[in-house]
Each structure stands twice: as structure tokens, then as C-alpha cells.
Design a binder for this molecule. Structure first.
Ligand code: ATP
Ligand code: MG
Length: 328
């Protein structure tokens, strides 16, 4: 199948003023600004198939928003190539915009002074959406996002959660086949987050929309994404199915036991005691070295165990490993 998005070795350099300290430095900077080049994105490649929901994640400053802006044609890469639905966003922004829906959680594409419904109508004209398509879409979007309650409210009076639902609808009015979401759940309460996630799933299921999602909320990732592309310092550091990433990045598991009485023969050759508090002991062990069942069997032969639990690493543990960087 042809990829919907094909990104090859893109680089984005920003030129920023170099600041020197002190008054003299500030004045010098004002008169003879010293420039330096920062690489916001430093050679990123990936390709995305139709219907995928991909989490594009990484720590602050990793290059996520810069990538999304290049994919949507807002920014031009310094080098490298991008194809979205076969189109270069830089060569033909107009054509690519018809294929894309974009939501930046930090900012709105609605019009503050208009009612929500009027904002949609204006977008219909700007995007030249066929009236029947528009009406059908708006009906469906109203139903899924429950927009009726505030469709006649001026955008400036909407709560953040309502505004985000409005923004998502706005991004889908022209039936795009790809949706870029940059932190769509930022600042929302649990219920609003749930509404947004259900909407994303619905659009993917009903319309086969391909989704690229940037977020710092790991519940978004866990509930929505099949695959993660993790970036750090402008480069892709991991790319794969979530389960595989967890398994690869966090080979260690934790066994916690509660003893019936204090003991001092706690050690096991295949596990490391990482913590001990009263009668509670935490063992860390490598999955590949010993199974949880074996470890439990060994320990219970020599220790009076009251209770125990095994903690599987989750997506949060995996991501912490990546952000930490390669371990020494
Ligand atoms: N307009 C700009 N001018 C100069 N440098 C920029 C500009 N925009 C981004 N950068 C730099 O490029 C790098 C990547 O920024 P980007 O906004 O893409 O990160 P991000 O992954 O979206 O981070 P966050 O999670 O904080 O949103 C950062 O070092 C940032 O300071
Ligand atoms: Mg960002």
C-alpha cells in the first residue's frame, strides 16, 4: 500500500540571535546581532500507512511541532523531502491543505468574534466545501462531539473543552484523510479528554482517517495509538508498535513481596533487591534471565511470604528510558 506520509531525512534549522551576558553584551547584540543556527529537526525520516494512528512523542523541544508544521506546509524544511498523500506541502500548500485537518491545542483556528456555527460557515467558504458535504459532515460531527449545546455561542465564550471540540470539528469539515493533532488534550479535564479521544477513534474507524498525534499525555498514547515514533533532540530514537517498544525498552520487571516476619536471607542470584521497607521487599529482575513464576517459586521455598505482586513495565516506564538517553 502507498504511504500517506513519507518523510525523508528532513532538517529544519532556525537562525537565532546569540545573547551575550551583561549590559555591554546586550548592547553589542542589539547593534551587531550575532547569529547562531539551531537545528529544531535534525534528519528525521518515517512513513505512515493509511488508517494508522501514530503517536509522535518526545520531550519538550524535541522537534515535534516543527515536524508537524513542515508536514502541513507552514514551515519549509532546510533540506529533505516530504510527501503527504503524494503531494509536497512546500510545492503545493493549497492542494495539501485540502487533504489535511490540523488542530494545535495551544491555539484555535476558530474566529473569536463569531458564533461557533458562523465560524464553521466561514471555513466552509474558505475551503470551498460543497454544501451537501458540509451539511452531512456537520451533522455527523455535531452528533459525535455534541456540539448542539454551544453551536450558537460566540467562540470567545466557550470553555477550553468546548473550544477544542469546536476546533476538532473545524478540522474535519472538509473530509480530510489525514489529521494532525498537536497536543489536542492539553489543559482539558478527564471528561473532555475522553470526548476528544472517542472522537479521534470514531473518525479513524468510520472514515479511515490517518492520525498523527503529538501529546505529553500518556493516556492519550495508550488509548489511541498503535505505533509510536519517539523523537529527541531532533532525531527519531524509536519507531514501532507500542507493545514491542515496551518490551524492548524495559526488559526489567519488579516483584514486590510482603514477609510474615523479618528475615535476613533475602537475596536471590537472579534478582536485585532495589528497596526494602519493613516487611516489604522489592526485587528487580530481567525477564530474559528468570521468569516471575520461577523467582516466586525460589523465594517462597525459603521465605515466609504473606503477599506478593508483580509489576509489569508500562508505557510510562518505556518512555522514561528513552528520555533518559542511552544508559552507561
Ligand atoms: N521559531 C523558532 N525559532 C527558533 N527556534 C525555534 C523556533 N521554533 C522552535 N525552535 C527550536 O527548535 C527546537 C524544537 O522545537 P519544537 O517546538 O519543534 O519542539 P516540541 O517537540 O514541539 O516541544 P514541546 O513539547 O515543548 O512542544 C527547540 O529547540 C526550539 O527551541
Ligand atoms: Mg510542541
Amino acid at each position: 500500500m502507498a504511504a500517506v506520509i513519507e518523510v525523508k531525512d528532513i532538517v529544519k534549522e532556525y537562525v537565532v540571535a546569540k545573547k551575550e551576558s551583561g549590559l555591554r553584551g546586550a548592547l553589542k547584540g542589539l547593534l551587531f546581532p550575532d547569529k547562531k543556527v539551531v537545528r529544531g529537526v535534525d534528519g528525521i525520516s518515517f512513513s505512515i500507512q493509511p488508517g494508522e494512528i501514530v503517536g509522535y512523542i518526545g520531550p519538550n523541544g524535541a522537534g515535534k511541532s516543527t515536524t508537524i508544521k513542515m508536514l502541513t506546509g507552514i514551515l519549509h524544511p532546510t533540506s529533505g523531502s516530504i510527501r503527504v498523500c503524494g503531494i509536497s506541502p512546500q510545492a503545493d500548500r493549497k492542494a495539501v491543505v485540502r487533504k489535511l485537518g490540523v488542530v494545535f491545542g495551544q491555539r484555535t483556528q476558530l474566529y473569536w468574534d463569531l458564533r461557533l456555527g458562523e465560524s464553521f460557515e466561514l471555513l466552509r467558504r474558505i475551503y470551498q466545501i460543497d454544501v451537501s458535504v458540509y451539511e452531512e459532515n456537520l451533522n455527523e460531527l455535531s452528533r459525535v462531539l455534541r456540539l448542539e449545546e454551544f453551536i450558537d455561542t460566540p467562540v470567545r465564550q466557550l470553555s477550553l473543552g468546548q473550544r477544542m471540540r469546536g476546533d476538532l470539528a473545524a478540522a474535519m469539515l472538509h473530509s480530510p484523510s489525514v489529521l494532525f493533532l498537536d497536543e489536542p488534550t492539553i489543559g482539558l479535564d478527564a471528561e473532555a479528554k475522553h470526548a476528544i479521544r472517542s472522537f479521534i477513534k470514531e473518525m479513524n474507524r468510520l472514515r479511515g482517517v490517518t492520525v498523527i498525534l503529538t501529546t505529553h499525555d500518556l493516556d492519550d498514547v495508550e488509548q489511541l495509538c498503535d505505533r509510536l515514533v519517539i523523537v529527541n533532540h531532533g532525531k527519531v530514537v524509536e519507531d514501532g508498535p507500542i507493545d514491542a517498544l515496551i518490551g524492548k525498552l524495559t526488559p526489567r520487571r519488579m516483584l514486590v513481596i510482603d514477609l510474615q516476619e523479618p528475615r535476613d536471607d533475602l537475596t536471590h542470584p537472579a534478582a536485585e533487591i532495589v528497596k526494602q521497607e519493613g516487611l516489604k521487599v522489592w526485587y528487580q529482575f530481567e525477564k530474559s534471565r528468570i521468569s516471575a513464576a520461577e523467582l516466586i517459586a525460589d523465594l517462597s521455598r525459603k521465605l515466609p511470604i504473606q503477599d506478593l505482586s508483580v509489576k509489569e513495565p508500562d508505557i510510562e516506564d518505556a518512555i522514561r528510558e528513552v528520555y533518559k538517553g542511552p544508559s552507561a
